[in-house]
Design a protein around this ligand. Sequence first.
Ligand code: XMP
Length: 481
Amino acid sequence: MRMRAQPGLTFDDVLLVPRHSSIASRSDVSTRTTLVPELELAIPILSANMDTVTEARMAIAMARVGGLGVIHRFMTVERQAAEVARVKRAEGYVVEQPVTIRPQATVAEARQLMAEAEVGGLMVVDEAHRLLGVLTRRDVLLAEAGDSVREVMTPSDKLVSVAPGVDLGEARRLLHAHRLEKLPLVDDEGRLCGLITAQDIVKLERYPNATKDAKGRLRVGAAVGARRSDMERAAACLEAGADLLVVDIAHGHSENCMAMVRRLKERFPDTPVMAGNVATPEGVRDLAQAGADAVKVGVGAGSICITRVVTGFGVPQLMAILDCAEAARSLAVPLIADGGIRNSGDLVKALAAGASAVMIGGLLAGTDEAPGATVIREGRKVKIVRGMASLTANVDRRLIERGAELEPEDWQQVVPEGVEAVVPYRGAVADLMHQLVGGLRSGMSYAGAESLEMLWERAEFLRITPAGMRESGPHDVTPLG
Ligand code: XMP
């Protein structure tokens, strides 16, 4: 047994000391970060791979503002891959595989397909994938359910289409000149090769900081576990277009996790892999040596975690980041601080301590884009959040894995390391991100740091006492609301 001399500090135990600053405006700082080689983010924030936080809707919102969502893995492989595909389809300069329908299908079938695929138009093709026409929501609005698609579509001889490879400017000009919403891409043989929509061009201009791949599609991460069967999950998510795999297990400094990282890097050498969670420099080193391109740090810090209560293990989050940052820097692997972020002050402290980005769960669980409905509790709007090791998440996972309900006696076998809870409703992700990033920019100007690298260099932490802590919040007044 040994006892460390230093106390384990976390966010509320410290403040950052203001430094001389020549930054005139908060807009002069850059919050850009490199998450893994070749994946840069305009804002250093990831949404957590939890089933009450990140599915496609959250990932789309996060990527649009310049962050990244990691789709959780507590669902079937097929569903997770479909969530990834939804993000990749949400935007892009060219929709590579537009949703298609046959001319003999009925209007009722077309309506159902539009609803399922969440698209406003279908490309009508024959068996050889030749474009026969386009069917939009307007075409089916008042049509009879039994009418055939062929009867109500706009046939291809009345359509404007272009060859694949058209540049963005020309596509924009054609869409505007003909007041079109959809511009199909068709090869010499008349085969459908893609689609450019006016909506997508508008979105390109509306979200200038969006996290995008080379084809203009939003980027997205996918979580996998460390079992051998998770290789198939990884393969399906990559096939659907995932840009990053996140091996996410509670104790990341384990042979299981390292073996999984090795297997992934062997089979998919070009795919970036983030792995965790660890809380020590040795953990960072071992995962980096196994091939991880980024390492996630945080054990027991999450808002819904009870790992420390149940097992006695964990490291207060600020200490874990500070401890791991040097190892991460010397190995050139970005460190992602996961868990415990409650406000923009915590975000600034986590980054200043050496993180390249943070992962957020509970704070985002209250937004519109998080899965689940809003409910009223004691007169206030709230949303549900749960730890992925909570009792109900364990039960649901076994249901997904075994395809059968658990017997009541099996419930008692579960030893949860997370809880179910409610969080206040927080509105749109974009508004919450605006507040968090605004606080970060302001924090960077207090440090005189124009970039995150400068923030690491210039940060000076100061331990505070409970009296200092009390002084930091509103005091001797009665806050409204
Ligand atoms: P926040 O504080 O942002 O933390 O809600 C999110 C992170 O918490 C971790 N997580 C868990 N940890 N038991 C745990 O000990 C759990 O059931 C659990 N579920 C999530 C995870 O790292 C997440 O990103």
